[in-house]
Design a protein around this ligand. Structure first.
Ligand code: NCD
Length: 351
């Protein structure tokens, strides 16, 4: 049967439920890309200096974002879960407008030095209970970097080995709203599918198109630092599981770009930091992924409804239109390499 090709798609203004907008000049440079495509974004405050960990930080960072945006864009504020986090810091941050407590476990990724380890979580259950009482969300970067005995775990295994910790929290703190962030493995996706309704996951666009081979050579050396992020891209089987969950219409899975810019100078250095700057391509790329699966009509649910519903937020008003028009992704913007640089994307955002 010859299906009519869709060439134009208008969807409700979407949300990016996980983004790293940084601060200072980097924020000024990258924020317009997110604000152009998204009405709201859950912003992470994993900064090496002045991380967002309390009410004062939330107020400052929200002001910094709002001062630098001239379109209608609302940040969804979070605080980082660090060693000094107490039920009181959470309650105060919530008063100041934070909706999310975000954990990047120590040693896992950029700006995670002070993050508590998954193995220490039990000591912080009073904090998680406050998150639950305040109807906030616990956002978790699920990777186990070392065994309880202190042995390092290889990057591709880290997400799978973190699943038991998620299982334990679900059991110990019933009703706590949890988002497993940037999920990359078939195993974790399957786990989320059968978990209770208070547990969901974000999926990125890059994990729906990358495999390990786009990042590393056979010896495990990084061959493209602009494709290097945490959790690392995995196998084809995992990539397919991400794409399938994304386009499945299951409301447990919604969009979080995890766009995470780093200067090209650092990315091209000896120890490139993890993080992919995908904000300039995120929405057109998602459209291409849904189109390839013949599921264009499901894009709006994934980017504009399911996240808002889980966060208990009203849907954004207004529409954004995507058109089937090819463009070539520029290599960089203001010294930051853009994801898919030099490649052609078949969909564009209509002006
Ligand atoms: C993020 C960053 O650069 O802030 N990097 C990444 O690879 N995703 C941190 C994080 O979310 O892990």
């Amino acid at each position: 049967m010859n299906k009519t090709q869709i060439n134009k798609l208008s969807i409700r203004i979407p949300d990016d439920m996980h983004v790293h907008l940084r601060r200072d000049q980097m924020l000024i440079n990258v924020l317009p890309f997110t604000a152009y495509s998204f009405g709201r974004a859950m912003v992470k405050g994993n900064f090496n200096q002045r991380p967002i960990i309390d009410a004062g930080g939330v107020e400052n960072y929200r002001n910094e974002i709002l001062t630098n945006v001239d379109t209608e864009f609302n940040p969804i504020m979070s605080i980082m879960f660090v060693k000094s986090t107490t039920p009181r810091t959470v309650a105060e941050a919530n008063e100041a407008g934070a909706r999310v407590l975000a954990l990047i476990p120590g040693k896992t990724s950029t700006g995670s030095d002070d993050g508590i380890a998954l193995t220490e979580l039990k000591k912080y259950y009073s904090v998680l209970k406050t998150v639950c009482q305040k109807k906030m969300i616990f956002s978790i970067h699920l990777e186990l970097v070392e065994t309880p005995e202190g042995n390092a775990i290889k990057e591709p295994e880290r997400e799978r080995l973190a699943i038991p910790f998620l299982k334990q929290i679900i059991k110990d703190i019933p009703g706590l709203k949890i988002v497993a962030e940037h999920v990359t493995t078939k195993e974790l996706i399957n786990f989320i599918k059968q978990a209770p309704d208070n547990v969901s996951a974000t999926l990125t666009a890059h994990h729906a198109v990358l495999t390990r081979k786009d990042v590393f050579n056979e010896k495990g050396k990084i061959i493209n630092p602009h494709n290097y992020c945490k959790p690392v891209a995995k196998t084809k089987k995992d990539r397919l599981a991400v794409t399938k969950a994304m386009t499945s219409g299951n409301p447990k899975f919604f969009f979080g770009s995890d766009s995470a810019p780093h200067p090209i100078s650092k990315k091209m250095g000896d120890n490139p930091p993890a993080g992919i700057f995908s904000a300039p391509v995120a929405l057109p790329l998602l459209c291409e992924i849904f189109d390839r699966k013949g599921k264009l009509n499901g894009l709006e649910n994934f980017v504009s409804r399911f996240g808002a519903r889980f966060y208990n937020l009203p849907l954004n008003r207004g529409k954004i239109t995507l058109v089937r028009e090819k463009w070539i992704v520029p290599f960089e913007y203001a010294g930051v390499g853009i994801f898919k640089a030099g490649e052609t994307i078949n969909w564009s955002i209509e002006d």
